[in-house]
Design a protein around this ligand. Structure first.
Ligand code: ADP
Ligand code: MG
Length: 727
């Protein structure tokens, strides 16, 4: 039986009644299986002697001592017993709150084992939190010394598991309950991963693991069990990813080149390599794609070319006769690397085959921008485009839906409205998801379902295929996480930036010296440039406490100041999520046409906004934004050929992580490097794109810390799947 199949309720165990059942439920433990997978946080090693005198160097003292006196303090019901104890190194007091009965249990002269955390108070060494057990009531006069203490230590429980607890349940109780479960149920537990993998990787069997976690003989044994479980978890995780990939595409994910950050920092192909990339690229183009290239005012970057080549090949493959293959590809590329265009070329390829595409963006602002760009590039090539958002009037919407269903529309671009159940396609063959971290896995699947089709003509074999999927992410996911989170996708990385772009200069500056920033921005404006001013809040914060002004600047407030006092001679506008969408649209259009020079905003401008003439980004209270958000915001400038600047204005009350974040941003322009830093600062659970993805449900493994194990587990899992699939 597998551990997860042990579904007997905990109440089946001796000593677990209704009240304990409730307590265990607080820890999400309902079955014996749950109980046995309730892994200890750590272990308390009581095989090693830590005498009283060494209390300061260890979290816990672990010694054998003699009770030399009983004393009492407090009065009446508050009267509390103190056991005065001594080992050969020092003397100490054990405060026995609510445990007067200990007077009888541990009489003067008895020899005890004690394990607890000690501190000095009133010049006395004390402990109020300790475990104690009796060795003998009568002992010799000499205090136990190091040598004869050891023998007593070993007679105790060697290494004790330490669990996370809930109020009302003690460590001792939980250990006891788990002990019962171990004895009754843990013997026959089966392995979850194949025997040969266990052998090859020198892992413990599952049953051994369970014992070694809850009742280890030595700390080393516990650690080995933990490593085995980490391996198992990552193996099963990667196996699930591999299975999903086989199901969708009939193949395992291709191992992409490792995205090393060094490589990215200094990525440069030799001219002959570049020529080779361009040659294959040109050969892969359809006539219409060639037309589109001719219409572009610039040359595609090598990165864009190589990714378009991959996409063309994938799409062609998905159109082969009775093909069950569909592309599932994530394009990672730093802000401004030109991912949108790559997606448009993918759409065009689908149009060549007569299929339909859906392009999904997280905000109306961004969707509209994509629609406008697509129209400019693709409409002259007689591609029929449509734009669908939640704001469309019923009549227009119905007309659009009808055309989509009849196949008169080739590409539909929109927001969440595209998920809605009445959106029906004639032949959806490509879903493009921009800023994929803003969408969940379920949404991603929902859109793919709309294009599910029969992929086999034979009656016996009912095979289906889903549309091609292209996801774009400007929040680079560190390589280590990418394997876990997007392990079922092929990943393409655009490592090149458009030609002639200068890296944005980043300036750190304190709130007090913001006047300097204003005068810098003024000089840029005088040269015909534009600027963004970003604030963390829309409105000034309302606090009950009038004394403590939070001091946080809001966009509304600063809009007034900037417009009236600082830049009265320029046109200043305010944009945030509460401004109605029609207004947002016209403001953005005006900003793009330089009718507005200064845009005061919140992080709504974080994604997508593309105005090459804007050269200044001023982020106030920069410490309030996450690293990824700051990098995105900075990416709003530096989109033309002029030198751009990003000012990170911070207040004095910087925390250590706040400082580290700003420093990381100051030191690097590379999104991948920044993503790795972010991961280090915040941990994987918090990193944008991982949390929302709904993928990361690991309990004992940590994909970052255990990345080496992850790689091996992935190889083993895929190898097993490959063998099974081939036969
Ligand atoms: P992101 O990768 O952040 O989504 P976009 O697709 O928004 O980037 O592209 C940013 C800007 O760069 C757009 O204005 C786009 O037209 C422009 N661009 C894209 N590719 C190139 C290129 N090869 N050379 C010059 N500009 C480009
Ligand atoms: Mg983009």
């Amino acid at each position: 039986m597998k551990l997860s199949q042990i579904t007997v309720p905990v109440t089946a165990l001796a000593g677990v009644g209704a009240s304990t059942e409730k307590l265990l439920a607080n820890l999400n433990i309902f079955t014996v299986g749950d109980l046995l997978t309730y892994w200890p946080k750590t272990w308390d090693d009581r095989t090693k002697l830590i005498p009283l005198a060494e209390f300061a160097n260890h979290k816990k003292v672990n010694t054998v001592a003699k009770v030399i006196d009983h004393a009492w303090f407090g009065y009446g019901r508050m009267r509390t017993l103190k056991l005065v104890i001594a080992d050969s190194s020092a003397q100490a007091e054990l405060l026995c709150f609510n445990r007067p009965f200990m007077e009888k249990m541990f009489p003067v002269d008895s020899l005890i084992r004690v394990n607890g955390s000690f501190y000095v108070k009133y010049r006395t060494l004390q402990s109020a939190s300790f475990d104690i057990s009796l060795i003998t009531e009568a002992s010799s006069d000499v205090l136990p010394d190091a040598e004869n203490m050891e023998q007593y230590l070993h007679t105790g429980n060697g290494v004790l598991p330490v669990y996370a607890l809930t109020a009302g349940l003690s460590q001792t109780q939980l250990r006891k309950i788990i002990g019962v479960a171990l004895r009754q149920y843990a013997k026959g537990i089966e392995n979850e991963i194949p025997e040969d993998v266990i052998k090859r990787q020198k892992l413990m069997s599952k049953a051994e693991c369970v014992f070694a976690m809850h009742a280890p003989q030595t700390p080393e044994q516990a650690e080995k069990a933990r490593q085995s479980l980490i391996f198992e978890e990552l193996y099963l995780f990667q196996k699930a990813i591999g299975e999903r990939s086989l199901q969708h595409r009939g193949s395992l994910p291709v191992e992409t080149d490792t995205i090393s950050t060094d490589l990215l920092a200094a990525h440069s192909l030799s001219p002959s390599d570049e020529q080779a990339v361009e040659k294959t690229f040109t050969a892969s183009l359809s006539p219409r794609q060639k037309d589109a290239i001719a219409r572009l005012p610039f040359k595609l970057t090598t990165g864009q070319m190589s990714v378009i080549t991959q996409i063309n090949a994938d799409i062609d493959k998905s159109y082969e006769k009775e093909s069950r293959f569909s592309m599932a590809r994530l394009i990672q590329g730093d802000v401004g690397s030109g991912k949108t265009l790559v997606a448009f070329f993918g759409c065009l390829r689908i149009c060549d085959y007569g299929g339909q595409c859906a392009l999904l963006a997280p905000t109306e602002l961004l969707a509209r921008q994509h629609a406008e760009n697509a129209a400019q590039l693709l409409e002259p090539l007689s591609v029929k485009l449509a734009f669908l958002t939640g704001n469309l009037k019923a009549a227009e919407r119905n007309k659009l839906l009808k055309e989509l269903k009849e196949g008169n529309i080739n590409i539909v671009i929109g927001t969440h409205a595209l998920f809605s159940s009445n959106v029906v396609y004639k032949d959806l063959r490509l879903a493009v998801i921009d800023e994929q971290h803003r969408f969940g896995v379920l949404q991603r699947n929902a859109i793919l379902e709309k294009g599910r089709r029969e992929a086999s003509s034979s009656a016996q074999e009912q095979a289906f295929a889903v549309p091609n999927l292209l996801m774009m992410s400007a929040t680079p996911i560190p390589q280590t996480l990418a394997l876990t989170v997007f392990g079922d996708l092929d990943v393409s990385v655009i490592t090149t930036m458009p030609h002639g772009r200068l890296p944005v200069k980043t300036h750190l500056c304190r709130e007090e010296s913001r006047e300097n920033v204003f005068s810098f921005v003024r000089k840029e404006l005088e040269q015909g440039r534009q600027a963004y001013f970003v604030y963390p809040l829309i409105k000034a914060q309302e606090t009950d406490d009038t004394d403590t002004d939070s001091g946080l600047k809001s966009a509304e407030e600063m809009f007034e100041t900037l417009q009236k006092k600082i830049f009265p001679d320029y046109s200043v506008a305010l944009i945030h999520s509460q401004v109605d969408e029609e207004k947002q649209r016209s403001l953005m259009a005006d900003f793009k046409e330089n009718k507005i020079q200064i845009l005061v905003a919140t992080s709504v401008v974080e994604v997508g906004v593309d105005v090459p003439n804007a050269t200044c980004m001023v982020i106030t209270h920069a410490e309030r934004f996450g690293l990824a958000a700051l990098h995105q915001l900075r990416g709003r400038v530096g989109r033309g050929t002029a030198q751009s600047h990003c000012f990170l204005v911070y207040s004095d009350k910087l925390t250590e992580t706040g400082k580290a974040r700003l420093k990381a941003l100051y030191e690097s322009n590379n999104g991948f490097v920044i993503a790795e830093q972010d991961l280090e600062l915040r941990g994987p659970g918090e990193v944008l794109g991982v949390q929302q993805s709904g993928y990361l449900t690991l309990s004992i493994a940590d994909p970052v810390r255990d990345s080496a194990i992850l790689q091996i587990a992935r190889k083993e899992a895929f190898a097993t799947l490959q063998t099974a699939y081939a036969t």
